[in-house]
Design a binder for this molecule. Structure first.
Ligand SMILES: [Zn+2]
Length: 80
């Protein structure tokens, strides 16, 4: 890893779409990303699932697993 790559790896600056906000700790940065840059709209999430993304953020799985189970149950009982 080059010096620049290492520096960007260890800085707590948000890299989402030119956001650029800086946070004192990695935990603050992660919380910011989860709250501001990861979609939690059920319609968007469902669309993402249908597209079968090659990777999914672990925080997405942890946060929404309960909700997904609920929506799966609803989907199987409600005719569209
Ligand atoms: Zn950000």
């Amino acid at each position: 890893m080059t010096g620049i790559a290492a520096a960007s790896f260890f800085s707590n600056t948000c890299r989402f779409g030119g956001c650029g906000l800086h946070f004192p700790t990695l935990a603050d940065l992660i919380e910011h990303i989860e709250d501001n840059h990861i979609d939690t709209d059920p319609r968007v999430l469902e669309k993402q699932e249908l597209q079968q993304p090659t990777y999914v953020a672990l925080s997405y799985i942890n946060r929404d697993i309960g909700h997904q189970m609920e929506s799966r149950l609803n989907r199987s009982t409600v005719a569209s």
